[in-house]
Design a protein around this ligand. Structure first.
Ligand code: AMP
Length: 943
């Protein structure tokens, strides 16, 4: 122990002998773990200065007096009174307190978590009394129990040890000591220790659990018999998931929750759909038999299907939604979070009381996929929190064929990643359904009380291979030998209940028969299912169904109201000191509003938001730098230079306006974009935008783009109006930030699945954003947004362009050039247009027209045909792009141009002017960039 103020105090006459030794031991213990000592001691130790000086607010003598008093009290509590015997007992007392802490910290390592009994874990040394210098001879000695919640201040060592064993080392392994907040730790201690890890459930509850496990087993058996060898990714081995979900739903309902959104992968999904969400088994059988008629573009396999239903709980009707999911494991988790947040926003449920997310994971993916970490990281941030997610890891101990933890992960448990946000982790043996029920109750209560994530690790097994056509014993021989011998969860549980006299054998059999009969008759098997669901509980999507992209909708907006809204945005509260450059932007906006300055991009975009809010559409805008905009064009959030307080003018347009939710996201693309996908597929009335810091960063979220945004409607019939703003433009800034990889999006275009636009004027972005919500069509919108064009002298619009007009899919020639004289036509998209325009003006050419294709997909063929019609003397048609030949729109869009040119004049051949094919998107040298740019412009006028 260090020489310290403590040492000097002990030297006083009062603190000699046994007292001093006792307090020293306590202090040692406190240094090791502050929570291991009783509260009153902790409070005093905390006040002691680390450097040995006296704490300013606690005088030396006051501390000493208190120690004397405390030590005396402590001594009085000891059964043995004085001298060395007392000292020995006090020493052991300290050890007992340390042992209690060790069980809380490490008891899970000795818990019987594996139903197969195959885990070989060394017994933790510090969970034995010997480790603490005690022997069996001490078992009947009485010790103070400290903060052990067993309802007694003192107990024999035997009782304390047994209580710890029962609480922490049976079929529940609780990890919560990593939580820094002592109240939460204490909460778990109390809940677990007070019932010694196992409350007594009534026979009614036990029968209900058995019924749910019977349902879980019954469905798999039925499907296995009826459709042998057909893939279903059965739940067999993990049947306890069904009573667990039942409890989460019922208990959340009792807390007053109205909606629950579930995300899960394929394993056990059919079981959850039928036994939890109440999908009609007959519908599932039809899918197995391939009878289900195709309603959608491509459709998807049955174990990716989502589902919605309403069930009745003690707290009223609850709407359940299972999210559709792709095969990419874990990516559905942030989608679920986004959907939940949208529902919470709709209900003004800022705390997350009304809508609860459940994320069901596989152990291997939970440990392996980076999006898990991203999703945890977002869980408490302002823009993405949902009041805590209940995570369930269906831990079947195998990832396809990998079960050796040495290959599967570097952590002890698959769940260790959850410790990054100090989530409590409750491991439970899946073959003990009562323990499962208990930790489920704990998980729900914790989530509801602390509004934080909690993880249940349901340790189970996989009775069959990865799927039903797969033979697992080739790679897991010993595990599968054991599984072959293993009786099912239901059999084991039923036997226990029969032995305990809670149910009869006949009742057990009756449950099995009843379930099978229900399936035979194609009846719903969820008793709480509401047959006539209350539709108020979810959004009506019917107004958004069945629209074509070509339908025109009016995006004009009354000029006077627009100016009034603009004026509102420029009203800054008193005392708010804005930074100099920001002040200049606001000053310019004032002039634009008055018609004294042409309108720039930032102003037009801002007014698109303001006018949409005025028309009743909420707006959500997230991304890494959206408040300011990567290139400082937006400044939607004003930062007070005096105190860093912030003010968002857009939220102060008028009282009762819809929300303008703008959040700088944390530095993730994958989870954030997935979240926004989930949000937008749940909020048809809102303009939901994700903006990339630079367009190419979206490739960090490629799974979301491929698996959800571009294909979700065709696979699952889920409409999505998400907008992605992707800064793009060749400015000589190097390989990384030039390209938003336009070619990737164009390659994914088919069957009018998404819209890809490259607007080049402020009015175009204004009408495009407005069109996205005003038009009832809900299609993802990919927008390549500019960088230098944000301030380009030619990229301007007028107030009238905003008040009138519409989004133009193609912008025709703007200069006064007679079409009949035009021999060369240059087609282009984006910023290169202004370079072409300036060059043509500089060269004074009137034989060349330039058209801007502002919407590359769905390709506006009719508009192009119409615009081309007057160009009767064409000899050359060139597609000009800044991107290398293998990138940009050239390969992906040329078939559209060629088709229309062939219809216009069969002799016309489409030429290319642009960079040569290149491995990197752009070069890293400014001089090389300038040369390339000059050449492609020259080519546009000469090839
Ligand atoms: P949910 O609350 O997600 O269960 O949705 C309730 C119902 O609304 C679903 O059964 C669908 O009929 C419909 N729905 C939900 N989301 C969408 C969407 N993105 N596109 C089309 N229909 C949807």
């Amino acid at each position: 122990m260090q020489e310290s103020v403590m040492q000097r105090m002990w030297n006083s006459a009062y603190l000699s002998g046994g007292n001093a030794a006792y307090v020293e031991e306590l202090y040692e213990l406190y240094l090791h773990d502050p929570n291991a000592v009783p509260e009153e001691w902790r409070t005093y130790f905390q006040k002691l200065p680390a450097d040995g000086s006296t704490a300013p607010d606690v005088s030396h003598s006051t501390v000493r007096d208190h120690f004397v008093l405390l030590a005396k009290n402590q001594r009085r509590a000891q059964p043995v009174s004085a001298g060395s015997v007392s000292s020995e007992h006090e020493k052991k007392q300290v050890e007992v307190l340390r042992m209690i802490q060790a069980f809380r910290l490490r008891g899970h390592q000795a818990a019987q978590l594996d139903p197969l009994g195959l885990w070989k874990r060394p017994a933790p040394a510090d969970l034995s009394i010997n480790h603490y210098g005690m022997t069996n001879a001490d078992l009947d000695t009485t010790f103070r129990t400290g903060d052990l919640f067993i309802g007694k201040e003192e107990a024999s060592l035997r009782e304390i040890y047994e209580a710890l064993q029962q609480t922490y080392c049976r079929t529940i392994g609780a990890e919560f000591i990593h939580i820094v907040d002592s109240e939460q730790r204490s909460w778990f201690q109390q809940r677990l220790e007070s019932v010694r890890g196992r409350p007594v459930f009534s026979p009614e509850v036990q029968t209900h659990i058995l019924e749910r496990v019977t349902a879980a087993e019954g469905l798999e058996k039925y499907l296995g018999t009826k459709y042998p060898g057909t893939k279903r990714f059965g739940l067999e081995g993990g049947e306890s998931l069904i009573p667990m979900l039942d409890e989460i739903i019922q208990r959340s309902g009792s807390y007053g929750s109205k909606e629950i959104v579930i995300g899960m992968a394929h394993r056990g999904r059919l079981n959850v759909l039928v036994n939890t969400l109440g999908k009609n088994p007959r519908e599932l059988f039809d899918e197995f038999e391939g009878k289900k008629k195709v309603e959608l573009g491509s459709g998807d396999v049955k174990y990716h299907q989502g589902f919605s239903s309403n069930v009745m709980t003690g707290g009223g009707e609850v709407h359940l939604a299972m999210a559709f999911n792709p095969s990419h494991l874990e990516i559905v988790s942030p989608v679920v979070e986004g959907s939940v947040r949208a529902r919470q926003d709709r209900r003004n449920d800022a705390n997350g009381d009304k809508v609860v997310p459940i994320s069901i994971h596989g152990d291997a993916a939970f440990a392996g996929q980076g999006v898990v970490m991203e999703t945890f990281q977002m869980s408490q941030t302002r823009g993405f929190k949902t009041g805590g997610t209940i995570h369930i890891v269906v831990n079947n101990q195998v990832g396809f064929t990998i079960s050796n933890p040495l290959d599967a992960r570097s952590t002890e448990y698959a769940t260790d990643v959850a410790k990054m946000i100090q989530a409590p982790i409750l491991h439970v043996n899946g073959d003990d359904p009562e323990a499962v029920l208990f930790i489920t109750q704990l998980a729900v209560d914790y989530r509801m009380q602390y509004k934080r994530d909690v993880v249940i690790d349901l340790v189970c097994y996989r009775r069959r291979g990865h799927n039903e056509a797969d033979e697992p014993s080739g790679t897991q021989p010993l595990m599968y030998q054991q599984i072959a011998k293993q009786r099912t969860t239901r059999e084991l549980f039923a036997e226990r209940l029969v032995q305990a006299g809670a149910v009869t054998t006949e009742a057990v059999q009756a449950q099995v028969d009843e379930y099978r009969n229900a399936l035979d008759n194609g009846l719903h098997v969820v008793k709480s299912l509401v047959k006539e669901p209350n539709k108020e509980l979810f959004v009506d999507w019917r107004p958004y169904l069945g629209h074509s992209w070509t339908a025109r909708h009016d995006t004009r907006f009354d000029l006077k109201t627009l100016q009034e809204l603009s004026a509102k945005l420029l009203e800054i509260p008193e005392g708010l000191v804005v930074q100099r450059q920001v002040a200049k932007i606001l000053e310019d906006r004032q002039k634009m509003q008055a018609g004294g300055l042409p309108i720039n991009w930032g102003y037009a975009e801002t007014m698109a938001y303001a006018t949409l809010l005025f028309e009743g559409h909420p707006i959500r805008l997230t991304g890494q730098d959206v408040g300011r905009g990567t290139f400082s064009h937006r400044h939607a959030v004003l930062h007070n230079q005096k105190d860093e307080s912030t003010y968002v003018p857009m939220n102060h347009l008028y009282s009762g306006q819809p929300a303008f939710d703008l959040y700088d996201s944390f530095l993730s693309e994958e989870a954030v974009l997935a979240f926004e996908y989930g949000y937008s597929t749940t909020s048809p009335n809102a303009l939901v935008i994700w903006e990339a810091q630079f367009g190419d960063f979206a490739n960090g979220a490629q799974v979301v783009i491929d698996q959800f945004i571009t294909s979700g409607e065709h696979k699952w019939g889920r409409l999505c109006g998400l907008t992605m703003l992707l800064p793009h433009g060749y400015e000589g800034q190097g390989a990384e930030h030039s390209s938003a990889r336009l070619e990737r999006y164009l390659q994914l275009c088919a069957e009018h699945n998404i819209q890809v636009c490259v607007p080049t004027t402020p009015a175009q972005i204004y009408h495009l954003l407005r069109r996205q919500v005003i038009r009832p069509l809900r299609k993802p919108l990919i927008v390549l947004t500019p960088k230098s064009l944000l301030r380009h002298k030619l990229a301007i619009s007028t107030l009238e362009d905003l008040a009138e007009g519409s989004f133009q899919t193609i912008i025709p020639e703007i200069d006064n050039i007679a079409p009949a004289k035009v021999e060369r036509l240059v087609l282009c998209s984006g910023k290169v247009y202004y370079d072409l325009l300036e060059k043509r003006r500089a060269e004074g050419r009137d034989d060349t027209a330039i058209l801007r294709i502002e919407q590359l997909y769905p390709f506006p063929e009719d508009d192009l045909v119409e615009i081309l019609a007057p160009y009767t003397s064409l000899k050359h048609v060139v597609w000009c792009q800044e991107e290398p030949m293998n990138q940009g729109a050239w390969y992906q869009s040329q078939h559209h141009f060629r088709r229309i040119l062939a219809g216009h004049n069969k002799g016309l051949f489409l030429e290319y002017a642009g960079r040569d094919a290149s491995a990197a998107p752009a070069c890293g040298y400014a001089s090389m960039h300038a040369e390339q740019q000059e050449k492609l412009l020259r080519d546009a006028f000469t090839v």
